[in-house]
Design a protein around this ligand. Structure first.
Ligand SMILES: Cc1cc2nc3c(=O)[nH]c(=O)nc-3n(C[C@H](O)[C@H](O)[C@H](O)COP(=O)(O)OP(=O)(O)OC[C@H]3O[C@@H](n4cnc5c(N)ncnc54)[C@H](O)[C@@H]3O)c2cc1C
Length: 530
């Protein structure tokens, strides 16, 4: 086990690397800010949750409802909505708020202008051959995502998580998650009439001609609010280009659902702009966590520690996997088993598009509601979300976020020199996903005309980034069947890291429902004496 002295030494070493220009974390790499190296000990907390995305938010709510005082720690900022609707920036006028410590706005398509480095809401973690987009802030991915809220296909769920009782999930925890997330569905009449979904209707026609089924899917964007936007009665958010850099209205993000409910219990303490950098188990079985306090530029300004009895990791597939691997290799959690850091996947994500299709419309809602469902096609299983291109001009382009059944998996590795954890993903590991997307695009173009979208992505296929990172601390392998991390009592993974690389649909409903299930069991069995 490591002392706080050696942790401080580690941190200073990192800072030295960063000022020497040696690659460390993106956050530290370009930072020359000096700060007090005095470690502040913040004392003991009963339960700590790291990360405030879906998994973390469920843990925070269910713990606090049981009267367990809980500290929720988040590295991003709190983004409070204001009556002036000026919390977040729009996509086409992106400013520093858009991106986590970047000098150009993070986006799947290059936006060629400069912004100031800031602790903005969308991050793009760069790993070899794979950039991973992530939400940063109180509410995690819910702040930046498209809100698509799909309960997965039961057969596929049983295939990916065979140890989980699927009856119980589909009877109890999926309905619970859908309700708590405030999932709703677009009204058919509105969809058919509004100019804002012309892009989806055009794609539906094309899909039909190519012999594909389409289906509507639910969302956490409030469609009653959207109808009012269309009538000009309220502030326009989804109908005016807001999504990946946050919505100033209309969307039920986690800070307005799970986390708000947890705050009402008065048992929740929240700390934002605090990045957990290491975990260590102490001799009495408690956990000590090392925190780097950040300023609003995302630069480190101080170091602090907490200790706790129960520790829940909700830092997402990337955050949780990296923290565990780092702590394992630096001695704080050296008994983690060999499955930790394994079975990472991108949910088979490929972003692609077709140019020179029929007019898709200048006005486009940013909230996707329709998908092309070829999931049960044995020759080429694929589910393609029809995504908007809300650029406020006619592009004659259809964009798709395709989810494929790519069986390839990556893993996380610790680099002894940089002391950083990196995702290992080879370029050709995305070939199965790319092939599936190509077959899909070829079939669509053959039936309708149009060409694959060279203009948007390299060769037409965005195969070097993803929105849906999953795995790294897989249920039943790195943990028991409920997320208890092997060899460490009272240490839990509760987020997307539990799912082995693929879920077949957009993942947050599954992450939430699984977290609900695991918390139910953990609270009943591990907190008996609380
Ligand atoms: C642009 C975009 C669009 C998407 N659209 C959809 C969609 O429409 N539907 C869907 O189902 N999914 C969508 N997703 C994916 C979805 O948002 C994620 O699957 C989901 O957020 C993962 O939940 P999680 O709880 O695992 O982690 P996250 O939601 O990623 O939360 C992890 C949190 O932990 C924090 N954190 C990480 N490391 C640390 C640390 N060391 N210390 C402190 N805090 C830390 C992060 O800042 C973050 O707030 C989208 C993602 C993106 C990026």
């Amino acid at each position: 086990m490591k002392s706080s002295k050696s942790n401080r030494r580690e941190f200073l070493k990192l800072l030295t690397y960063s000022t020497l220009g040696v690659a460390t974390t993106p956050m530290l790499a370009s930072c020359a800010t000096l700060f007090s190296t005095k470690m502040k000990n913040n004392g003991f907390k009963k339960a700590i949750v790291i990360g405030s995305g879906y998994g973390g938010a469920v843990a925070a709510l269910r713990l606090t409802q049981k009267n367990i005082p809980t500290l929720l720690i988040e590295m991003g900022q709190e983004w409070k909505l204001t009556p002036k609707h000026d919390t977040f920036c729009k996509m086409i006028t992106a400013d520093k708020r858009s991106s986590w410590r970047s000098s150009t706005p993070h986006a799947p398509i290059t936006i060629p202008f400069f912004i100031k480095k800031y602790a903005g809401v969308l991050d793009k973690e760069k790993h070899p051959n794979m950039d991973v987009f992530l939400g940063r802030g109180l509410g995690g991915g819910s702040l930046v995502n498209g809100g698509i809220a799909i309960t997965p296909d039961k057969n596929y769920f049983e295939k990916i998580l065979p140890s989980v009782n699927s009856e119980e999930m589909f009877d109890k925890y999926f309905p619970l998650a859908n309700k708590a997330l405030r999932v709703n569905t677009i009204e058919a009449d509105f969809f058919e009439e509004t100019p804002y979904y012309q892009f989806s209707r055009i794609a539906r026609e094309d899909a039909k001609k190519a012999g594909y089924q389409t289906k509507f899917f639910p969302n956490v964007y409030d469609f009653e609010y959207m109808k009012k936007e269309a009538k000009g009665e309220v502030y326009k958010s989804a109908l005016n280009g807001e999504v990946i850099y946050g919505n100033n209205a209309g969307k039920w993000t986690l800070d307005r659902t799970y986390i708000a409910q947890a705050q009402e219990t008065k048992n929740l303490e929240i700390r934002t702009l605090c990045q957990v950098t290491n975990i260590e188990q102490l001799e009495n079985g408690h956990y000590k966590i090392l925190i780097t306090k950040l300023n609003t530029k995302g630069e480190p300004i101080a170091q602090e520690t907490y200790t706790c009895q129960y520790l829940f990791l909700g830092a997402g597939s990337m955050g949780t996997s990296k923290l565990l691997m780092k702590s394992k290799h630096e001695g704080g959690l050296s008994k983690l088993n060999e499955k930790v850091g394994q079975e990472w996947g991108s949910n088979g994500n490929i972003m692609t598009g077709r140019n020179f299709v029929n007019a898709t419309g200048r006005k486009q809602s940013t909230i996707p509601v329709l998908g092309i469902d070829g999931w049960n096609d044995p020759e080429n299983p694929i589910f393609a979300e029809i995504a908007p291109l809300p650029m406020n001009l006619e592009t004659w382009t259809t964009l798709y976020l395709a989810i494929t059944q790519n069986p390839e998996r990556g893993y996380f590795a610790y680099n002894e020199i940089t002391k950083e954890v990196q995702l290992i993903w080879n370029k050709n590991q995305n070939d199965p996903a790319k092939q599936a997307a190509k077959k899909f695009i070829d079939r669509m173009n053959k039936a309708n005309g149009g060409i694959r979208s060279h203009l948007l992505f390299n060769n037409g296929y965005g195969d070097d980034f993803c929105y849906h990172p999953l795995g790294g601390c897989v249920l039943g392998k790195a943990t028991d069947n409920y997320g208890r991390i092997e060899n460490y009592k009272n240490l839990y993974a509760i987020d997307g890291s539990l799912i082995p690389g693929s879920v077949g649909v957009n993942p947050f409903v599954t992450i939430t429902a699984l977290a609900e299930r695991n918390m139910d069991y953990i609270l009943k069995e591990d907190f008996l004496n609380e």
